[in-house]
Design a protein around this ligand. Sequence first.
Ligand code: ARG
Length: 464
Amino acid sequence: MSSEKTNQSWGGRFSEPVDAFVARFTASVDFDKRLYRHDILGSQAHARMLTQTGVLSEAERDAIVAGLDEIRREIEAGTFEWRVDLEDVHMNIEARLTERLGVVGKKLHTGRSRNDQVATDIRLWLRDEIDAILAELNRLQQGLLQLAEAEADTIMPGFTHLQTAQPVTFGHHLLAWFEMLSRDHERLVDCRKRVNRMPLGSAALAGTTYPIQRQVTCELLGFEAIGGNSLDGVSDRDFAIEFCAAASLAMMHLSRFSEELVLWTSAQFQFIDLPDRFCTGSSIMPQKKNPDVPELVRGKTGRVFGALTGLLTLMKGQPLAYNKDNQEDKEPLFDAADTLRDSLRAFADMVPAIKPRREIMREAARRGFSTATDLADYLVRKGLPFRDCHEIVGHAVKYGVDSGKDLAEMSLDELRRFSDQIEQDVFAVLTLEGSVNARDHIGGTAPAQVRAAVKRGLELLAKR
Ligand code: ARG
């Protein structure tokens, strides 16, 4: 007989209650209670299935389903009392159900274990999170396309090594971010397929002796497939790791994006303005307007990388099947999902509000010899080998640096000092518009190509 003081769910073989600190140390309810909605959905599907196979009566099923609905309402109303001595979300809900229904409540756990229960809950929860994340991602991509369309003709310097390289259009630059986010979307959609496989029915590790019909619960819960091995079913956390890997890449992209926004809003660049509502001031320097949102997103990226590393490390030493270690999967996973979702939301709100300072961008592109490659290409078209052209233009740039003149500011006579192949038509090539318009192929920076890419992007979003 279990003593009064041992745990009511598993105290049967214990002769003394668990140490008070150990009870707190091993409990997960403080963080896994956020799985309550999915835990209840899983339990209701399980009870329905057990009725179809004759394990529970219809009256028992109805009492369990209604009782769980009532518990969900209690939780949402804030009247549910979460108890640390009941360890986790699963036992808290089951204990409350038994309190309400008596012996019927105790039948719910037939043919099931917390091991397959928790694995099911996390997958159901993550599936919903991925859908919410994809919606924010979509919103952000929509905003990027809109801005890219509006800025298809806006010229700015393109950089390599953060040094002015060649002129590009701002629309083209924005679409580079769109491209990264499209890959993130693909990765999350693909990851969702492996999240959406059902471990329920694996029971503790070996399956169950009760007549269960896993196709029934699979269909009720909207899983795409049933996990094919019970040992793997209770212990697999690949789906969580995959999600964190996809989330890490997405955060890395947002972090790079953030870095550019931070640079561009600085007094040194002044390429863009962010509206005040996305910035904060300084308590000591009255002139300051800080780009806190991008800075914070850049900073939060580390948490998501940490979650990925944490989960990989959590799994690497575990023998089959379930081990208590797995309880440590939740906090990093929750944090990674929250961080990505909030960061995407902030960006989706902020991007359409970016105000480019077109004159400053243009002026920056005009300076810094950004059309030097165009001059070299011009000489190639006149029949010179590219390496010689590179050399000739190098001399012209050196002269420009010494005399404080950009290439387009030199006279024809000055330019002809470096090659007699240079003629009046060179000035069309040295203009910023000439330079961007010349890169007129799929993936190039020409305004016409930016518009075509926006169109392709809109088609992609419409297909989702
Ligand atoms: N709270 C546990 C977890 O998060 C639930 C499963 C517990 N299973 C067990 N055999 N102790 O993993």
